[in-house]
Design a protein around this ligand. Structure first.
Ligand SMILES: [Zn+2]
Length: 75
């Protein structure tokens, strides 16, 4: 998985989780489910949001270059 795809998946899961959490207004179980989905969103982020060159975690950086080795993230 490419870093950009991992970032996209993470953002999508967080949004879905947030929407489900809002549904917790109607039923408490939705809130717990949404919290789980949002938390699970961090897993692909930690596993795949890494530099393909040096393998280090990119953190909150959203730039086109790795802040550790300076290599381009997109080819
Ligand atoms: Zn790097």
């Amino acid at each position: 998985m490419k870093p950009k795809e991992a970032r996209k998946l993470t953002v999508t899961l967080i949004i879905v989780g947030f929407v489900v959490m809002l549904m917790g207004y109607f039923h408490g179980a939705f809130f717990a489910l949404g919290a789980c989905v949002s938390f699970a969103a961090l897993i692909p982020n930690f596993l795949f949001y890494r530099c393909p060159h040096c393998g280090r975690y990119l953190g909150r950086s959203d730039g086109a270059f790795c802040q550790h080795c300076g290599e381009r993230l997109e080819e």
